[in-house]
Design a protein around this ligand. Structure first.
Ligand SMILES: [Fe+2]
Ligand SMILES: [Fe+2]
Length: 396
């Protein structure tokens, strides 16, 4: 089987990428295309859009390319810096009898000797080197001669420059400029509708979250999330809490809820002190994982927002009003139905602290009845709010 491997940041995918793919498909018949968007393993996002969003846009853009196409999660799920030789080793293990044709640009070919384990990589792939320069490129020819010692079938493909870059699209999209003709027709409305590259913090992140929710959560959980956001906004207004922070925290609070345990645990452990995380019951970890997702994938650094996402299931001492709003909105969202709900909702609209005390009591009792593990943070939170309502200090 001949596999075409095409990697990059795809932030966002654009018609220049499509042009390269089509040129490669004209050059040779491939059985399968694997698109490999890079992940974001560092503390700060290396891309403006989260991996899941970039992957979604690539699927929209190349879904009709006419050859079996897969957008791989391999680098996106990796918590370490990805090297091409590791990615290719992985693909070789999946497709041992296949030939992997790896798309790279002329600059990469010229600098390939600086790549980690480049000879090993070259032995496992055939490079399709895309060169935009017309005429002879002697530096490239020399580099390719060197590469051919390890990857003898490597070829140079001359393709006309398609004058577009992801940077250009991002800066156009940031200012509401026209990106027609620069990106796929299915991609453009998504970038625009969800303000994916807006420079306004809340426009960008709320838009991105609204796109992510149906991509990462099943229908019921997605509906719950939107209901939580609605109630969080209502309570935030009532209590003078920053409404935008409340809405954004609510939109992201459950974003990791339906990810595999291994990914959730990994993200949770990155979000806080590991010893603290390891003492916590599994069901509360999705909040911590979501906070890690918000900071690493979306670049959200606002500690109040991150804290509200973290504590939404377990609570804690000294919760901020924003945290209380998210905790209660999560517990009392429209679709929830339990006997104590209506009085608790009425209390939440009257007094945040008293509602927190009652909410914590109810949820601890419910967990006890169910035999579920209870986080010590929840007991401490209950103690704290009980002391408050008995006239204790708020520093408990
Ligand atoms: Fe949750
Ligand atoms: Fe929730």
């Amino acid at each position: 089987m001949d596999i075409l491997l095409f990697g990059g940041s795809f932030d966002p995918v654009h018609n220049g990428h499509e042009n390269i793919l089509r040129t490669a498909l004209d050059y040779k018949k491939f059985d399968k295309i694997i698109i490999m968007p890079i992940g974001s393993p560092g503390h700060k996002p290396s891309c403006k859009a989260p991996f899941v969003v970039r992957k979604h846009l690539v699927e929209l853009a190349f879904g009709d390319i006419g050859v079996e196409m897969e957008v791989s999660d391999f680098e996106g799920n990796s918590s370490e810096k990805s090297y091409s030789y590791i990615t290719v080793d992985y693909l070789k293990s999946l497709y041992p009898d296949s030939k992997i044709h790896f798309v790279i640009g002329a600059d990469s070919a010229i600098n390939l000797h600086k790549w980690m384990k480049w000879q090993h990589l070259a032995q496992n792939v055939t490079f399709l080197v895309f060169d935009r320069e017309e005429g002879e490129n002697s530096q490239l020819l020399k580099a390719v001669d060197n590469i051919k010692q390890y990857s003898p079938d490597t070829v140079i493909i001359k393709n006309k420059v398609f004058p577009v870059s992801s940077t250009q699209i991002r800066s156009l999209a940031a200012t509401g400029g026209d990106i027609t003709g620069l990106v796929d027709r299915k991609v453009q409305p998504v970038i625009e509708k969800y303000s994916l590259y807006s420079t306004d913090f809340y426009r960008k992140n709320m838009g991105t979250a609204r796109l992510l929710i149906p991509l990462m959560l099943r229908e019921k959980r997605a509906q719950h999330t939107f209901n939580v956001a609605k109630l969080a906004v209502e309570l935030a207004r009532m209590y003078g809490v920053d409404v935008q922070k409340a809405e954004l925290a609510a939109l992201l609070h459950d974003i990791m809820k339906q990810q595999p345990d291994s990914i959730m645990l990994h993200r949770a452990r990155q979000s806080d002190i590991i010893e603290k995380i390891d003492r916590k019951p599994m069901p509360v970890l999705h909040g911590f994982a979501a906070s890690d997702f918000a900071s690493r994938e979306m670049g959200i650094e606002d500690q109040e927002i991150l804290m509200a996402i973290k504590s939404h299931t377990c609570g804690r001492r000294n919760m901020t009003d924003l945290e209380k709003v998210i905790y209660l909105a999560d517990m009392l969202s429209e679709e929830r139905n339990f006997p104590e709900k209506e009085p608790l909702l009425a209390l939440a609209r009257q007094n945040l602290d008293k509602a927190m005390e009652q909410a914590l009591k109810d949820s601890i009792n419910w967990l006890k009845e169910k035999g579920g593990a209870i986080d010590t943070d929840s007991y401490e939170a209950l103690e704290y709010f009980t002391a408050l309502s008995n006239g204790g200090t708020s520093n408990g």
